[in-house]
Design a protein. Structure first.
Lengths: 588, 336, 140
């Protein structure tokens, strides 16, 4: 591409051929050419004419729309000459007459020193300035063409054709986002309540960084919501990425990697408290889970670390309910271990962030088992947190007294004083159980390990082998083995890494001694054993017409030995003679 | 060299083993050359008292065929044992119980009821049964006692050699005769047959042992080139000693196990259950139930010749008192 | 007069033996009538073992393996699932009650289940009576 030299506002610049004057100006930092119908992602339209500039070429001057006029060699451009300003003022007056209440037009008027318009105001409530951004975006970028211009002249309008739009509109909200006057809005007609637009707490753009401090801190495209995959259009992100890092055509790659050991660290999932309907999660805006509170409290979170109710105000009273889904015969009988401590932590955080907040902890037991934990609990008692010993029974918004109105009321039996209580609060935090991931069964089958009764992966021995599993070389660490807090997880993870490294550094693996062996003298080549081996350890030796077992592959299950009709296969250390002797022995 | 003294006796037997001996045809003359037969009820006129008169170990070899299922057979088995140096269990009945051992699915009471009362051709309203002692015209008539349980020879007396087969094939008989003549006998307890199973000598094509249906032999005409078991027909060959010359297989019929289990197998029927169930492709409960249904008579099919020799030996019947036959525990039998 | 059944248990090392172990470490109280013989996999259990157990004086045989799909050796238990029903049909023909041979799936975490299976089977066999290894019939 060749270069063009021109002058903008007495500044000599050199730009690529093909650029418009507006693009050229913005590329060198001249940002004050106003536009209404221009968008980087769209083809220039030249509808609003606000970007008018004065160009002088070969001695002749004229006014042109900078958004459409291409740069020329030797062009002289003036973006703020008197002629230009005067022209813009007229335009703005006209716009004021069309949409007197559009904020963006009012701002422009103020910038150009206009207080009123001399033109007749047809419809004061009009907000559409006919910039066409919505229609053009929907067509050129999204590819849906659900919203369009219609009619001509003074009847020109932006409209939808219901039969077509009902099918074509994908609800992406692009039109609402680009509309400069706010005429187009996106409405949540299904009443889905969302608190915050982060970490699964609300909608986010299809291309997003999962959360701040994600590792790696690169965005990822959600295939299911990305507009390109719906309509074939958009791909704006790719267009604007300067390092060309985005590729919508990336395919999943399947790699086969041979490894000697596997560490399973697949973590846990949160129990979904909407199953326990009496706590109102999902029904009441201000009933949230511990993890949601954690994100809210985080300085890099959606609220900047402020604890806010759904309406944006600060809660004055908070109830923290322990054992939601844990220690519960109906859901999980086990204790999730970490919730007591994080519940106490929240009390402390709340106290720091909201002075004079009333905090209630509804607990069954307080499990403060670690270093400094019990001391922390004592401190909280001194900080004035209210501890109520009783698992909360219900959260309701039905007020029985004037004080309860507008609040969430926690019904709990306070077993220390032996009375039922109603505690009105602004916010309820549910300390939910940690449970195994939904795909735990699949993973267990994949790497051939078992699960304990609670669904977490089973360690080889509850005391002596908490990392290894029944399958050599497969280790389980972290919460996938059972609920645990960070220090314990780190310890387990270190242990898992150490075990794997030990295997690697040894350089050899000891093969199981208890394997099966074929006696060639007895094998008659009937081939009964061959399809039985799940490890394909048995093959047929054509020369001697007998079965042969590969020592390295045989795991010693003995299935072949049991099936062999001629008794030619011996399962070492579990021979037929040995087992028969044991049977005789136990019956003495 | 003095001629060998040879005795042949038939107990619970069909007579086929004796016919098999005769089947050596002209080679019988070779036998006559090396041996004097001192007892052979089917062919010669020697009586029990001739045997009783002999010294112990006077007989060199006794070829005993047939299972032991009454007191006379037991008595003669013991008598011949005393009078013989070498006792040979000749034929599947003596070795394993054979077809008569299928009587171990029942007992004397049921057999007598069927034979003397229920059978359609009977007319016995008075329910007259044979007795061991009866007075007839002032004389005492003694009949052998009928046992509840059929026994193998080795369950009654010590046995040196076993020649399996129903009947043993001619060439095997000749091999034994030859060995006897030359004195080159295998160690006592040996089974004079192949050490491997029938599959070793079977020349049918073996591809993959996976079946999805079991057929009874009459339900299909099997491919004579392919392994019968792979075609879904229960062939006991994989758990049966070889050495019979594939007599049944060559007739496109499955092996029925008359040569008994190979050395490594202590219960032929149980091993066959294991092998057949292992190769049958069935995962769901319905498929497994179908497999079980398709095998119409597992005990009869898989213990056809060896019920008396199996670990359980017989069907459990409601007990009145201790069994009447004195059966020797398996471990005491020589060579097993 | 009740007798104490002798039941031989053939338990697979990874799941059912560990499950039985768990019943022990959990201090569960249950009938002591099952005498356990450990095998690596329920697929190692051959019908011969069951028959041998009965012939050697057992009144019942309990075979336990991993749940289908969870076998430590992938599918050894599938083979056991086929062999035992066929064996039981054959044993029925030999006059042996089907309650005397039982195949169950017990996982490493099912100590309770193992204990209740043992209790149940012990009572069932107590009601059936002793198994007579010599069989025999009635003298008519």
């Amino acid at each position: 591409m060749s270069e063009v030299s021109l002058t903008i506002d007495d500044k000599d610049i050199i730009v690529q051929e093909g650029m418009t004057i507006l693009e050229a100006a913005r590329s060198v930092g001249i940002d004050d050419i106003p536009t209404l119908c221009y968008h980087e992602a769209l083809a220039p339209y030249g509808a609003c004419r606000l970007c008018t500039v004065e160009i002088t070429s070969r001695g002749k001057s004229k006014l042109v729309a900078s958004c459409t006029y291409p740069v020329e060699e030797g062009l002289e451009v003036n973006t703020r000459s008197d002629v230009v300003i005067a022209a813009r003022k007229v335009l703005i007056e006209m716009l004021l007459a069309r949409t007197p209440h559009a904020k963006i037009i009012q701002d422009l008027a103020e910038e150009y020193g206009l207080k009123e318009t001399r033109f007749k105001v047809d419809r004061p409530e009009e907000l559409c300035i006919l910039c066409g951004l919505c229609a053009r975006f929907c067509e050129e970028v999204i590819g849906a063409s659900a919203i369009t211009f219609a009619e001509r002249g003074i009847d020109r309008e932006i409209t939808v054709l219901p039969e077509i739009t009902a099918e074509a509109c994908i609800g992406c909200g692009a039109c609402a986002k680009v509309c400069p006057t706010g005429l187009i809005t996106l409405e949540d007609i299904y009443g889905r309540k969302v608190l915050h637009s982060e970490a699964g707490l609300g909608p986010s753009t299809p291309i997003y960084v999962p959360f701040m401090y994600a590792v790696p801190a690169v965005p990822v495209i959600d295939h299911d919501t990305c507009i390109h995959f719906k309509t074939g259009g958009c791909k704006l992100c790719e267009r604007f990425c300067e390092v060309e890092a985005i590729n919508h055509e990336m395919e999943d790659e399947y790699e086969e990697i041979e490894v000697g050991s596997i560490i399973v660290a697949t973590g846990f999932q949160q129990f979904d408290p909407s199953a326990i309907t009496q706590y109102g999660y999902g029904r009441y805006d201000n009933v949230i889970t511990g993890l949601e509170f954690e994100r809210m409290s985080n300085a890099s979170g959606a609220t900047g670390g402020n604890i806010l109710l759904a309406d944006g105000t600060e809660p004055k009273s908070v109830a923290i309910l322990h054992c939601i889904g844990s220690r519960d015969k109906n859901y999980h009988e086990y204790c999730s271990r970490v919730c007591c401590m994080y519940s106490l932590k929240y009390s402390h955080l709340l106290g720091e962030k909201i002075p004079d907040v009333d905090i209630y902890q509804m607990y069954i037991d307080l499990r403060c088992f670690g270093k400094g934990y019990e001391e922390f609990y004592n401190r909280l008692q001194e900080e004035g947190v209210n501890f109520i010993r009783g698992r909360a029974g219900e959260v309701t918004n039905v007020a029985e007294t004037p004080e309860e109105r507008g609040k969430l009321i926690v019904l709990v039996e306070d077993t220390l004083i032996g009375r039922q209580r109603r505690i009105p609060v602004d916010m309820v935090i549910l300390s939910v159980a940690l449970e195994p991931q939904a795909d735990a069964e699949e993973i267990a089958r994949l790497v051939n390990i078992s699960r304990s009764a609670d669904g977490f992966f089973l360690e080889r021995h509850p005391k002596l082998e908490p990392i290894s599993t029944a399958t050599d070389g497969v280790f389980v660490v972290g919460c996938c083995q059972g609920p645990k807090d960070i220090p314990d997880t780190v310890a387990q993870a270190s242990a898992g890494a150490a075990r794997a490294l030990a295997m690697i550094s040894k350089g050899r693996v000891e093969i199981e001694a208890a394997i099966s062996v074929v006696d060639e003298e007895l094998c008659s080549g009937c081939k009964t054993c061959i399809p039985l081996c799940p490890y394909s350890a048995i093959s047929f030796g054509e020369e001697k017409k007998v079965s042969v077992i590969n020592e390295a592959l045989c795991k010693g299950c003995g299935t072949c030995a049991a099936a062999c009709p001629s008794g030619a296969i011996t399962s070492r250390h579990f021979t037929t003679e040995q087992i028969m002797s044991q049977i005789e022995g136990v019956l003495v | 060299m003095a001629k060998l003294k040879l005795a042949l006796y038939w107990a619970a037997s069909c007579g086929g083993c004796d016919v098999a001996v005769l089947d050596v045809n002209e080679k019988i003359l070779d036998v006559a050359e090396i041996a004097d037969i001192v007892l052979w009820p089917i062919a010669l006129d020697f009586k029990y008292h001739h045997v009783e008169a002999m010294e112990d170990n006077a007989i060199d070899v006794c070829l005993f065929n047939g299972a032991v299922r009454n007191s006379e057979q037991e008595k003669i088995a013991r008598l011949l044992r005393d009078k013989s140096k070498t006792m040979v269990a000749f034929g599947s009945c003596a070795c394993f119980g054979g077809i008569p051992a299928l009587g171990n699915f029942t007992n004397r009471a049921e057999i007598f009821e069927r034979a003397y009362v229920e059978a359609p051709s009977n007319d016995n309203p008075g329910r007259t049964f044979p007795q061991t002692m009866t007075q007839v015209d002032g004389n005492e008539l003694e009949l052998p006692e009928f046992f509840d349980t059929v026994l193998t020879l080795a369950q009654v007396v010590d046995v040196e050699y076993f020649i399996p087969g129903c009947p043993p094939p001619v060439d095997l008989i000749l091999k034994v005769v030859d060995a006897l003549a030359t004195g080159q006998l295998p160690p006592p307890g040996a089974v004079i047959a192949s050490d491997k199973t029938l599959c070793d000598e079977c020349d049918r094509k073996k591809e993959e042992k996976k079946i999805t249906k079991i057929y009874r032999p009459h339900e299909i005409i099997p491919d004579p080139e392919r392994c019968l078991l792979e075609q879904g027909i229960i062939c006991c060959g994989p758990a049966t000693r070889g050495g019979c010359g594939l007599r049944c297989i060559k007739a496109n019929m499955p092996c029925r196990g008359c040569f008994g289990p190979p050395a490594g197998v202590v219960d032929q029927g149980a091993k066959l259950v294991s092998a057949i169930a292992s190769i049958y492709q069935a995962e769901s409960d319905e498929e497994i139930a179908r497999m079980v249904k398709e095998i119409v008579d597992p005990a009869g099919t898989l213990y056809r010749f060896g019920l008396a020799d199996s670990l359980l030996r017989r069907k459990r019947m409601p007990l009145a008192k201790a069994p009447s036959a004195v059966a020797r525990p398996l471990v005491e039998v020589i060579g097993r | 007069m009740s007798f104490e059944p002798k039941i031989v248990g053939l338990l697979c090392n990874w799941c059912s033996y560990a499950g039985a172990d768990l019943a022990g470490t959990s201090r569960k109280k249950y009938a002591p009538n099952v005498r356990v013989v450990r095998v690596m996999c329920s697929g190692r259990v051959e019908p011969t073992f069951v028959v041998k157990a009965l012939q050697s004086g057992a009144d019942g045989v309990l075979i336990c393996g991993c749940h289908p799909g969870d076998c430590h050796y992938i599918e050894g238990n599938h083979k056991a699932a086929r062999r035992i029903p066929l064996l039981k049909k054959m044993l029925a023909q030999l006059g042996i009650e089907e309650e005397r041979v039982r195949l169950e799936w017990v996982s490493a975490s099912e100590g309770d289940r193992f204990a209740s299976i043992v209790d149940e089977m012990t009572e069932q066999i107590r009601e059936l009576g002793p198994f007579n290894p010599n069989g025999g019939g009635q003298d008519g």
